[in-house]
Design a binder for this molecule. Structure first.
Ligand SMILES: Cc1cc2nc3c(=O)[nH]c(=O)nc-3n(C[C@H](O)[C@H](O)[C@H](O)COP(=O)(O)O)c2cc1C
Length: 325
């Protein structure tokens, strides 16, 4: 029995080391990252899926004020994925710091704090708190810039100068903690936005958020969710996210400012995850998959490990960007 356990431990250690990676200077035991808004604040998912299955877990997006979110229904399933309009429901910064942050210290993986807001001051306020030594449980932060700016009505992530402004302001409020900027795939010039974010101080980019979408019930003639439109996630958006990440990376290389990338959108299997790796993702986000199958992270981890071994690579990092056109 003891020999069996040590053989298992040995196999596990090797699995972990083949998938070990580094994202913006932070060591991850594997590239799998629970996506913002799909894992609660962290403790919720960790009660269902061992946190050690993930390289990192991202919190819900936190705003300065608490938000009840949109009217129901806020989520509906569609043949190719899920449509949601949650509306940034969250506890607000003060309660997050007092009630949730202490719990994050005990979670056995890297925690990423997601920041959202409707003004630049909102982002700065949350970033300043996340940059404090008391928030050491958050090793990385991620900026959700798919939020409308109350001043202009435009999303922060839609306009390169507004994006640069929010990223630079957040960067200086945050101090030295590594910062990912999460982009929407819905833009005519995503590479231009990515460049603006990197030049303004993003240490890495998460590509991408949901795709704006609608679903209508023909009998009621109303939206199938409480809002007229929402964000599509899941398998339908995966090939789009792969293409967008590939193109953004090519542009960043051309401009000599490549930063680590997190591929996010529709990963349900190791094959989807491997595609992101090949087009250049260091981290691989899982969102909708966590609603479908709590064993998804484990299955993907095993599948990726076997793939890295079959490829004859020492580790997954050697396969990042190894796509051959
Ligand atoms: C129910 C739900 C809530 C979400 N909430 C957030 C959020 O608070 N902040 C954020 O940046 N993204 C949020 N997202 C987007 C996800 O983090 C992710 O970008 C998207 O679901 C695409 O990945 P997937 O296809 O693997 O689900 C949410 C997605 C869903 C489905």
């Amino acid at each position: 029995m003891k020999a069996l356990f040590s053989a298992l431990r040995y196999a596990l250690a090797h699995t972990m080391s083949r998938l070990a990676t580094t994202l913006c200077g932070v060591s991850l035991r594997n590239p799998l990252i629970a996506a913002a808004g799909t894992a609660g604040y962290g403790p919720e998912i960790a009660e269902v899926i061992p946190a050690s299955r993930f390289g990192a877990i991202t919190t819900k997006s936190i705003t300065p004020e608490s938000r009840a979110g949109n009217v129901p229904w806020r989520v509906t399933d569609l043949p190719g994925g899920m449509l949601n309009a949650i509306g940034l429901a969250n506890l607000g910064l003060e309660r997050f710091l007092a009630e949730t942050l202490p719990e994050l210290e005990t979670i056995d993986t890297v925690m990423i704090g997601s920041i959202a807001g409707h003004t630049i001051e909102d982002y700065v306020e949350v970033a300043a708190a996340f940059g404090e030594p008391s928030a050491a449980a958050l090793e990385l932060v991620e900026l959700n810039v798919s939020c409308p700016n109350t001043a202009s009505g435009r999303q922060f992530g839609d306009d390169p100068s507004l994006l640069a402004e929010v990223v630079a302001a957040t960067r200086s409020a945050l101090g030295s903690k590594p910062m990912l900027v999460k982009l929407s795939p819905w833009s005519a010039d995503l590479s231009g936005l990515a460049l603006a974010a990197v030049r303004a101080g993003a240490d890495g980019l998460t590509i991408s958020n949901t795709v704006p979408a609608m679903a209508i019930d023909p009998d009621t003639r109303r939206s199938r969710i409480g809002r007229a439109s929402g964000g599509l996630s899941g398998p339908a958006i995966h090939p789009i996210a792969v293409k967008v990440l590939h193109d953004v990376r090519a542009r960043l290389i051309e401009e000599q400012c490549l930063v680590p990338l997190v591929g996010l959108g529709g990963v349900l299997s190791w094959v989807d995850a491997a595609e992101f790796t090949l087009v250049g993702a260091t981290g691989i986000g899982l969102g909708t998959a966590l609603f479908i199958d709590p064993r998804a992270p484990r299955k993907i981890e095993r599948g990726l490990d076997a793939w890295v071994r079959r490829q004859g690579a020492a580790g997954i990092q050697d396969l990042v960007g190894a796509f051959e056109a």
